[in-house]
Design a protein around this ligand. Structure first.
Ligand SMILES: Nc1ncnc2c1ncn2[C@@H]1O[C@H](COP(=O)(O)OP(=O)(O)OP(=O)(O)O)[C@@H](O)[C@H]1O
Ligand SMILES: [Zn+2]
Length: 752
């Protein structure tokens, strides 16, 4: 690589099949300064990685527009470096929940600003494209014109039989000229064997052997096929974009003690809004006052309303129940959960699954190979076997049409696009085809405990003072935890606030991953952490150990406070398993996966909880132990998924074949893992595996349909049973069947 790399994203209009994407890819790759290109037909986007200093925009624009597509930059989305799947190739490693940049010079994403930023609105608005009715699109009009010309040709031919030989050629040209133009542009841009080229040769050839009427029919059928493909591709896109329609246009914002109605798009993070009973939420936020059952079905697929109160996070697009709520907005419109989901899905669609890459390679040789066979069929029998030129050229031209790989090429991306959308609509974010494909191959799942199998909202249940008052233990512990994001820290801070204890000033606070936190208060060295780590610093007395063990046996987590070389006290916390944890783990075991819990918590607590959930557990693990165990499982031959919240398990997430983050929608882990369960449900993991397996079955069905139909018509064409237009109809038909089959995945899990 030369110098810093930038990423620019574009909206590409008019692509309707994967070979379009291949053409654009080939052409843009040739622009000087371009390092990498990824194109998604289904998302209608293109990401170009190019040298920062090179002004590649005009050249890219010329190429893409020349090929017959529309191009517009996606505002506000250019960034340098990327934490998203596009970075795989450069890092050689698909993960990185913790190490955002692996030392490769990626700059971390700019944090969202808590202010009005107009460029972001246009970015959000770019995602909502107004889908035109098909007859208004360029392709639709062309198809209609071609059909009209064909009907006229029949009429004129009937009335004036003398015109028959050439009237159909004239009609055909209406449709063929634009196709031929695209064929030439594609050839100039490096793709000589485009479908348009095969089409053009076949049609022109047919006219020369006197099959003008059939040629016109073939061109028309081809255009209809492309039109149907375009409509189908738009469906997957529309399904995910429909999410934005869930967010109401306006919100009631508090401003200087008054309530004003403002556009939802202009709400800055930090604004206070009011949500009336029954209203849809206009923004992501945290509840300040009020309590209500929230219907999250539109964004999570969860049918039962969830009761939420002060401190709970809520999502834009969900529906408020009976209570009035006052919210603090946590993300501007362009950064809310729905916008991020849409962005992630679009980006995910640009990364290709291994199967798709294989098919792309296959079709790159398939098309020229069929063209060669067609040439041989047209020439060998008449030259050497005494065949009739007319008959064999006709067969050769039909074979050319069979060389069109449309159905095959669309078989994988169509299914993947539909699956990614279906998953995202219920909070399963899967970052690309290769992760989706990999999920189905997983054979072992390792779970973190805190915040993953449990709610991650522990509550302090017991406070022990060994050499001082409980209030003193609590205030010192809370002082240490002020900067920590660990769930236990929240529990301790919460309790300190509830008890109204004053926090002393601390200095030199340091998080010791998997062990605890350290710092200084009033000149004294403090440590708060696991009993094991505490015992390492100052041996605990037998009595202290017995007290701690008793708490462990109740399934509680204990952190011991060490002050100036003495055990000062301990805090016990209890974190309940997630409501769906047992069901989620059972579902995984049910589809034959090994399930294991890896935790930094002590043995007693871990086994108390693992026993309740019915799984095996490994306890008292440091972050590097978790990573090592994932490695060991892999060495035993398992394909391992690691599920965690990114706190003290980022190395393990990165080491797994698939790293899955769970959380409430705000974590960095959500952005950087391979996949994420937006709503933190344990059942989501089995759902992801099922979705993947379902998708792979769908893909194999598609490939079988596409190749099967080709095979049949290859045979019937050579045998002379079928001719030109069945050959193109077979391709169009297969493409439509494949797309319809793939789109069934949009209904998942209802039909699946
Ligand atoms: N910030 C902290 N405050 C208090 N205790 C801590 C803190 N961080 C770690 N500890 C202690 O170290 C132990 C291990 O921490 P770690 O974060 O590795 O595991 P965990 O969060 O309890 O569970 P899991 O590994 O399943 O996420 C905890 O059980 C706790 O006793
Ligand atoms: Zn096509």
């Amino acid at each position: 690589m030369t110098g810093p790399i930038r990423e620019t994203r574009y909206r590409v209009d008019g692509m309707d099949c994967a070979s379009c994407a291949a053409k654009i890819d080939t052409a843009v790759r040739r622009v000087v300064g371009v390092e990498d290109v990824s194109v998604s037909v289904t998302a209608a986007t293109m990401t170009v990685r190019h040298a920062d200093h090179a002004d590649v925009g005009p050249a890219i624009n010329r190429k893409v527009v020349g090929l017959g597509y529309g191009l517009s930059p996606l505002a506000g989305e250019a960034r340098s470096g990327s934490s998203l799947p596009g970075a795989h190739a450069c890092c050689g490693h698909p993960h990185g929940a913790e190490g955002h940049d692996h030392g490769h010079g990626h700059s971390p994403d700019v944090p969202p600003e808590p202010s009005l930023d107009l460029t972001k609105f246009s970015a959000a608005a770019d995602h909502v494209r107004h889908t035109e009715p098909w007859w208004r699109t360029g392709r639709g009009r062309l198809t209609l014109a071609c059909g009209g010309a064909l009907v006229c040709a029949y009429g004129v031919g009937k009335l004036f039989p003398a015109t028959e030989p050439w009237i159909f050629t004239l009609a055909m040209l209406v449709g063929l000229l634009p196709i031929a133009r695209r064929a030439v542009m594609a050839a100039l841009a490096g793709t000589p064997f485009s479908i348009e080229m095969l089409m053009t040769i076949a049609a022109v050839g047919a006219v020369f052997i006197g099959a003008g009427e059939e040629a016109a029919m073939v061109v028309f059928l081809f255009l209809i096929g492309e039109l149907l493909e375009g409509i189908a591709a738009g469906k997957a896109r529309a399904s995910i974009e429909a999410l934005t329609a869930l967010v109401p246009k306006t919100a009631h914002m508090e401003a200087q003690g008054r309530l004003i109605e403002v556009p939802a798009e202009s709400l800055p993070a930090g604004a206070i809004i009011l949500v009336r009973p029954g209203d849809r939420l206009a923004a992501d936020g945290v509840i300040l006052t009020g309590e209500s059952g929230i219907d999250e079905a539109p964004v999570t697929g969860e049918s039962a309303p969830v009761l939420k109160g002060p401190g709970d996070s809520v999502f834009a697009g969900t529906v408020n129940g009976d209570g009035a709520l006052r919210l603090r907005v946590t993300a501007a419109a362009a950064d809310n959960t729905i916008a991020r989901v849409i962005r992630l899905v679009e980006e995910a669609q640009e990364t290709k699954a291994p199967t798709e890459r294989f098919i792309d390679r296959f079709s790159r040789t398939y098309t020229p190979a069929v063209a060669l066979v067609a040439a041989l069929v047209a020439m060998v029998p008449p030259l050497f076997l005494g065949g009739l030129w007319q008959e064999w050229i006709y067969k050769g031209l039909a074979l050319l049409l069979i060389g069109c790989p449309c159905a095959l090429v669309i078989s994988t991306p169509a299914a993947i696009a539909a699956s990614l959308s279906a998953g995202a609509r219920r909070g399963l974010l899967i970052k690309g085809g290769s992760v989706l494909e990999g999920l189905g191959e997983v054979t072992a799942v390792a779970f973190d405990k805190t915040g993953t199998l449990t709610e991650g909202k522990p509550r302090v249940t017991d406070i022990l003072g060994f050499d001082r008052s409980g209030a003193d233990v609590l205030s010192h512990a809370a002082a240490l935890e002020q900067g920590s994001s660990h769930p236990l820290a929240q529990a301790i801070l919460c309790r300190a606030e509830a008890d109204g204890v004053a926090l002393p000033a601390v200095a030199d606070v340091k998080a010791l991953g998997g062990k605890g936190v350290g710092g200084r208060v009033a000149g004294a060295d403090l440590f708060l952490g696991s009993p094991q780590a505490a015992d390492h610093r100052v041996p605990l007395t037998a009595e202290q150990k017995a007290q701690v063990a008793a708490l462990h046996d109740q399934g509680k987590t204990v952190s011991v406070l060490v002050a100036d070389g003495r055990a000062a006290g301990a805090l016990a916390m209890r974190d309940e398993p997630r409501a769906d944890a047992a069901a989620g783990l059972k579902a995984l075991a049910g589809i034959g996966l090994r399930v294991i819990m890896l935790t930094g918590d002590n043995r007693g607590t871990a086994h108390a909880i693992a026993g309740r959930l019915g799984i095996e557990a490994r306890a008292e693990l440091l972050p590097e132990d978790k990573q090592r165990i994932v490695g060991e499982l892999k060495a035993e031959g398992y394909v391992v998924a690691k599920v965690g919240d990114g706190i003290n398990d980022a190395p393990a997430l990165a080491a797994a074949d698939v790293g899955i983050a769970v959380g409430g929608g705000t974590d960095v882990a959500l952005e950087t893992a391979d996949a994420a369960s937006l709503h933190g449900r344990v059942t989501d993991i089995a759902a992801m595996v099922r979705l993947s397996r379902r998708t792979m079955r769908n893909i194999y069905q598609n490939i079988a349909m596409a190749l099967g139909l080709k095979g049949v018509f290859l045979a019937t064409t050579i045998a002379g049973v079928t001719g030109l237009w069945p050959a193109i109809l077979a391709d169009t038909g297969a493409t439509v069947l494949v797309t319809i089959n793939a789109l069934r995945l949009l209904q998942w899990p209802a039909k699946g």
